[in-house]
Design a protein around this ligand. Structure first.
Ligand SMILES: O=C(O)CCC(=O)c1ccccc1C(=O)O
Ligand SMILES: [Mg+2]
Length: 331
């Protein structure tokens, strides 16, 4: 008779309120760690719906996780599998990671060379880029201030660092007029070093039109999470951004990665502001499934602590399951 064990922990880690998510300041990042064990094999996963982005709340995710774990235990006792179909994306992702770890399907090696993220001050980028081995890729958030300022900054960075590739992220903030204003400040000879702008305009059609008119590459991010999304080749589309916590199970993410690669597009594994625990798993997923693409996981510095598993690139203090920021959830 096989025995299964499962445990759930809830964390709440202070984050620097500099973090602006659609003008909302996040004070703490909260989520769950799930631990499952079957005979000698065990696996962990992180379930952390992101306020304003996820449709599910942490309470809903927690209740659904507990129910799934109980159903899973019963199903396994009958030697049946239990599907992750229909679960909230954050729950499906965290549970699928725990299952994959338990089954030894998740490689241990990770890709920790993230694209440094710049929220506004370009000076901070210079140092980081100088220390970056290999491909120099940085990501700058745009669309929060004046579009012409965004254009000037992008052009200045591309001018100053000749081997720099830039990713820009507008989060659908620009009207077509503002997007054109941005482009006006980026010299034509610099535009090919913009790997992509994530969702420049309010609608996909406006973004497509902008890309063609300005000869600037784009990527889908928000669109990837919309119902019925399929990866298709389009002029100037170079990448899709995959935020697994917002997308769903590892299997769904892998399917999207395969679709993207089949069309010659990059698939960029990206952060939903998970703890270092979740980010380390995302770095492993990136290494395993998108080994030639720099992942977009540079969000750990927003937090005050790392959680149990650390990133080799971080010096932040580490907290464990006994910390005041972690509580066991009684099931
Ligand atoms: O993708 C990255 O490089 C960093 C993560 C990031 O930008 C992000 C993180 C959480 C929610 C939304 C976004 C976003 O792409 O705008
Ligand atoms: Mg984005």
């Amino acid at each position: 008779m096989t025995t299964r064990h499962y445990e759930l922990y809830r964390y709440s880690i202070p984050v620097d309120s500099q973090l602006v998510l659609r003008n909302r300041f996040l004070k703490r990042r909260e989520g769950l760690l799930v631990h499952i064990k079957c005979k000698d094999n065990e696996g962990w996963g992180e379930i952390a719906p992101l306020p304003e982005f996820s449709h599910e709340t942490l309470e809903q995710a927690q209740a659904q996780t507990i129910q799934w774990l109980q159903d899973w235990d019963c199903a396994r006792a009958r030697n049946e599998k239990l599907s992750l179909e229909g679960l909230y994306p954050s729950v499906a992702f965290g549970l699928s990671c725990a299952l994959a770890e338990m089954k030894g399907e998740l490689a241990t090696e990770g890709n920790y060379q993230f694209a440094p993220l710049c929220y506004g001050d370009p000076d901070e980028l210079y140092d980081q880029l100088a220390q970056m081995p290999g491909q120099k890729v940085a990501k700058v958030k745009v669309g929060m201030y004046e579009a012409n300022r965004d254009g000037l900054i992008a052009d200045m960075l591309l001018e100053a660092i000749p081997d720099l590739q830039l990713r820009l992220d507008a989060n659908r903030q620009w009207t077509s007029a503002k997007a054109a204003m941005f482009a006006k400040y980026v010299k034509p000879e610099h535009r090919t070093r913009i790997q992509f702008i994530e969702e420049p305009c309010k609608t996909r059609d406006e973004s497509r039109q902008f890309a063609q008119e300005q000869a600037i590459a784009i990527a889908w991010d928000e669109s990837v999470r919309e119902a019925g999304f399929v990866v298709e080749n389009e002029p100037y589309l170079t990448a899709i951004v995959i935020k697994p916590t917002l997308v769903g199970s590892l299997e769904r993410c892998i399917e999207l990665i395969h679709q993207a690669h089949a069309k010659g597009l990059m698939a960029v594994i990206s952060s939903s502001i998970e703890s270092s625990f979740g980010l380390s798993q995302l770095a492993r997923i990136a290494q395993q499934y998108t080994p030639n693409t720099v992942p977009g996981l540079d969000t750990l510095d927003l937090m005050d602590y790392q959680l149990i598993r650390t990133l080799p690139t971080s010096n932040l203090p580490v907290i464990d399951l006994n910390s005041e920021f972690v509580q066991k959830v009684e099931i």
